[in-house]
Design a protein around this ligand. Structure first.
Ligand code: F6R
Length: 608
């Protein structure tokens, strides 16, 4: 996730306003920053690793008489954070320059093709191929819009683009699966990843849809479909304050990030699927799949809970014995690592001190793999190899989209290992892959139909001092994670427990003052979970159930029901956590807590 902005204006101060806009987009990434400004018939580019304010310092005093420019603030995905990998990127002659947000999945093959035609690449990014493709097509005599149309139709993956060429005082743009909004001013127009970037100058906006592209001049806007058909889109006037706009209208980053999960899962999964066979592509493993004898997962907090689900995936689908350990415990034990162990360190930030410590210890006797969301972070530098989640920056302290993307990646890893080891057939792999690819739309469907009900349940839970979360098998870690979410942002004490263990102790707590949240979606252990519900009901405990399909007996026992769509049993953990994140969010918000920055917590725990 990166931030992009473009301004085309008769009013001047292009440089100052691009920098101002980028500062309001820095929540989308801050690995590097850059601007490109057209003066006369040349494009001036300045880009650097580091934050926007550093670039601002370096450009202090530089004055550019200009009508058009673009800017970018980067969340690195392909190529480490560095000066050459910073945006904007240019073609061979420096006549076409662009800023990109998204991931170009077929960039390797396009790069090969363009290299073959003599194009010279200066960065390791996926984005640079777009500038060279445009160069190739404009070189064939096409006008710029035609070249853009041909270019976008060759790109696979996601992109929001703002583009300059040295011949025109115009800004070109295109959008597919990454956000892009136009802002319409007086004698000036804007394009940006998000409304706050240009909100001080206009509140008349056009939200672009997938498959739309076009051209902005100071006085006009032209919008086309990728097919070339011209379309009319009336602007809407938005009434958000600047603070609201940074969260895209959501009250908190946590709520925004919960809603981003469908896209984050798609961004993590899609680049790893060979669509011809619906098979998983993983090339980064530091040890051959058939050599792995044992897997050790080390992580903390929410990432540890992802590891617990990963154990089910890796044992059941890949047939590999898997152990999961708290990094803070593992690092001070005398571990016995069987030969041919693969250690997997799971971390959103890549900077958690305990996970780094545990990884160092594990590397003394095993090969290591990081599952991480932050490119170039410490854990990715120390591990032998890394698989990245593409959740985009997680701003809220309570982790949400990092968790569901970690689960998705662990499932892909298990499918890949299972196939390579002959534990599952390619048909079984393809079946689960196609179901995983369909999951984002099921998540969106659930949010649309259930969010109001979940909000009411959250408000009801906020009136209790304690809560119990029960789940079994694949959903036991989800009970742990649901309880962690509730306690960390609402400060209500919550206990996650394996449902079958309840009778061995916690049942003593049950009375009308302790609500129990049951994860009761379809599974082979559902009948047993229902018996646990009966035990609670007969002790006057209140029950909230997460169900899928028709479950009249469970509904009868429940005081509140949240419905999730029916999915494959292995996908339930990924979808089930989302309503539990929302229950915690709405409980905390109702209690008036600072949801995004809960007391005593930090986003990155870089101390022991
Ligand atoms: C909970 C939460 C923490 C982190 C933990 C590990 O919402 O965010 O429990 O999961 O501190 O952090 P990472 O994944 O960055 O290593």
């Amino acid at each position: 996730m990166c931030g992009i902005i473009g301004i085309v204006s008769d009013k001047g101060n292009i440089k100052g306003r691009i920098i101002e806009g980028l500062k309001r987009l820095e929540y989308r990434g801050y690995d590097s920053a850059g601007v490109a400004i057209k003066t006369d018939s040349k494009i001036f580019v300045h880009k650097k690793k580091g934050k926007v304010y550093q670039m601002e310092e370096e450009l202090k005093g530089a004055n550019f008489p200009s009508r058009v420019g673009i800017g970018h603030t980067r969340w690195a995905t392909h190529g480490e954070p560095s000066d050459p990998n910073s945006h904007p990127h240019s073609d061979c002659r420096g006549e076409i320059t662009l800023a990109h947000n998204g991931i170009i999945e077929n960039y390797q093959e396009l790069k090969e093709e363009l290299r073959g035609k003599g194009h010279r690449f200066r960065s390791q990014t996926d984005s640079e191929v777009i500038a060279h493709l445009l160069e190739e097509y404009t070189g064939e005599g096409a006008n710029f819009l035609d070249a853009l149309k041909r270019t976008v139709n060759r790109l696979e993956g996601s992109f929001a683009l703002v583009i300059l060429n040295s011949k025109e005082d115009a800004l070109y743009f295109a959008r597919k699966d990454s956000p892009l909004v136009l802002g319409l001013g007086e004698g000036e127009n804007f394009a940006a990843s998000d409304v706050p970037a240009f909100l001080p100058w206009t509140n008349r906006v056009i939200f672009l849809e997938n498959g739309e592209m076009g051209k902005l001049t100071p006085s006009g806007v032209e919008i086309y479909k990728f097919s070339g058909e011209k379309i009319d889109k009336p602007p809407t006037t938005i009434t958000w304050s600047l603070a609201q706009a940074e969260k895209s209208g959501y009250k908190h980053f946590m709520l925004k990030e919960i809603h981003e999960q469908a896209k984050a899962i798609g961004d993590t999964v899609n680049p790893r699927i060979n669509r011809d066979r619906n098979s998983v592509v993983i090339e980064e493993l530091p040890i051959s799949p058939t050599e792995i004898n044992h897997i050790l997962i080390i992580a903390c907090g929410t990432s540890y809970h992802a590891g617990l689900v990963g154990k089910f995936y890796l044992e059941e689908i890949a047939g590999i014995k898997t152990e999961v350990d708290y990094a803070s415990e593992f690092r001070y034990r005398k571990p016995v690592l069987p030969p041919s162990t693969l250690t997997i360190a799971v971390s959103q930030s890549g900077e958690t001190a305990d996970t780094i410590g545990a990884l160092r210890k594990a590397r003394q006797g095993s090969k290591s793999l990081a599952i991480c969301n932050v490119l170039g972070s410490s854990i990715t530098r120390e591990a032998d190899a890394t698989l990245y989640t593409h959740a985009g920056p997680e701003i809220s302290v309570a982790s949400t989209k990092a968790f569901t993307t970690q689960l998705s990646l662990l499932l892909l890893l298990a499918l890949y290992l299972g196939r390579e080891r002959g534990i599952i057939t390619p048909e079984q792999e393809a079946d689960l892959v196609s179901k995983l690819l369909a999951l984002p739309s099921k998540i969106e469907q659930m949010l649309r139909s259930q969010e109001e009900k979940i909000r009411q349940i959250g408000i009801e839970i906020s009136s209790y001092r304690n809560a119990l979360y029960l789940g079994r098998h694949l959903n036991y870690p989800i009970a742990l994670e649901g309880a962690l979410k509730l306690k960390e942002i609402s400060y209500i004490h919550a206990e996650g427990y394996p449902a079958g263990e309840m009778k061995h102790g916690p049942i003593a707590l049950i009375d009308e003052s302790l609500p129990t949240v049951f994860i009761a979606t379809e599974s082979k252990v559902l009948d047993k979970v229902r018996s646990n519900m009966e035990e609670i009901k007969s002790r006057r405990g209140r029950i909230v159930s997460l169900i899928s399909g028709k479950q009249p007996a469970i509904e009868e026992l429940s005081d509140g029901v949240i419905r999730v769509p029916q999915v494959d049993e292995y996908l339930y953990p990924i979808i089930n956590i989302i309503p539990l994140q929302l229950v915690a969010y709405y409980a905390a918000d109702f209690l008036g807590h600072d949801v995004d920055q809960p007391r005593n917590l930090a986003k990155s725990v870089t101390v022991e």
